[in-house]
Design a protein. Sequence first.
Length: 487
Amino acid sequence: MGDPEKQPGPELERQTQKLRDHAVVRPQGGMPMRSSDLRSGEEAVVIGGSMAGLLAARVLADRFDRVTVIDRDRFPDGAKFRKGVPQSRHLHALLASGLQILEQLFPGLEAEWVAAGAVPIEWPRDMLVLTRRGWSDRFPTGIKILSASREFLEWGVRRRVAAFGNVRFLEGRDVTGLLADADRRRVEGLRIRARSSGGGPPAKATVTSFLGYASCYYAIPADFDADWRVLFLQADPAANARGGVLFPIEGNRWMVTLAGRGRDYPPTDEEGFLAFAGSLRSPLLHEAIRGAERLTPIHAYRQTDNQRRFYERLPRLPQRFLVIGDGVCAFNPLYGQGMTVAAQSALVLDRLLRERSNGALGDLPARFQREVARVSAAAWLMATGEDLRYPTTEGGERTLQLRLTHRYLDRVIGAAIRDKTVGLAFGKVAQLVAPPTTLFRPGILLRALLHGGARGTGAPPTTTGVSNRDRQRERHPPLADRRLPSG
Ligand SMILES: Cc1cc2nc3c(=O)[nH]c(=O)nc-3n(C[C@H](O)[C@H](O)[C@H](O)COP(=O)(O)OP(=O)(O)OC[C@H]3O[C@@H](n4cnc5c(N)ncnc54)[C@H](O)[C@@H]3O)c2cc1C
């Protein structure tokens, strides 16, 4: 492609170099504004068409004439792997808050997904969870999550976003920098080959537990019958830093992810993988998969640091430039927060755009980064706080306050696995539906102090009397009858 500095990607450069002034958005009449209400000549550009970028595009599509999503990948037609999202080979739990927001942004999406094979899960009724305080009781809470592969989820969202007439995708374009105006205060366009910038990089915090994943898919054995759908064997900081998760996903498959902290990485060969599964705190996962047919190679993933970039603290934030998703805050994936925080951040963008119905977007970047920092803060505290229980974790501080919080949360978990009130409160926090402060309310505090000392049962609560086999069958018709929505 010649000298990239001199020949910066002709089409992209032409289309994006002069981002037209979008400070003139003037919604007409009531909200929400549809694309038909928009004035011409207003364009938003999204770099990266993964979850965060797609959700941002969805919100922007209500406000701008045109939304252009640029990605270095070419998007596959269907729920398939692509290089730009290597983590999609591993478990991707969509938390309850994330699911609610996606349904809000794309009405009917949940039903569409379930019809195509995604598995609805009620937390913790459908799950066998071994916490560090023992097995959790299983009771109905109405907290719904959806289990599907990451490729399936992203494809579903991409199709919905692509259905907006004013959204277009520029694929196979690698954005490498921003074009700033003369005083470097405003982003004027993008560069696809050479570096440029609108200011210095933000400060960054990293907390790493040196966690490694190894994941693969299995066919759910035809004779598998259990009254649970999800198996979640958590690590115990005091005893065994290994964990494992088995989730049913579309296509009558299990997604199995094994995880080890402190550089105790799970192997990717069959024998080693099974041996690692056998070393978890319960033999149940190993028993489930040892006779099952493995459908994919075992893939490893090790970039699991918690990383937060403090854009909100930059003294000079470039105008007309927002950062969302993992670019702001990436979490240890074990807690399943990334997609949900991206969805919550997209809602922040939606609200701020609505509030600026007069078209004055000058303060948008500063407000957005401040509010996204606030939205990410609770998940960040939970993920890093939990990681800091492990002596091998680096970064962050083990303050007295953190140690006291650990002790209190131990009691909350001890109570949550038995007491439905505490269980529901804890579930809402873990699913990012409620803020962690709700766990310090008097009613919860009292129950945690009174009941939190107990340990769960030694045996897994597998007998609720409801067979799962019929539900599985109903959920997963034979492969030939199953059709994913067409693209
Ligand atoms: C192993 C693992 C497991 C995870 N499990 C969960 C989970 O269970 N639940 C959950 O909610 N989250 C999970 N996450 C987090 C989740 O994947 C992310 O939070 C989510 O994908 C949102 O990230 P993003 O869209 O900001 O960035 P990414 O998903 O990383 O996507 C970045 C996109 O930008 C494109 N791109 C990158 N650079 C350029 C460039 N220069 N020019 C053009 N395009 C570019 C890439 O091709 C890609 O499409 C997990 C993450 C990992 C690593």
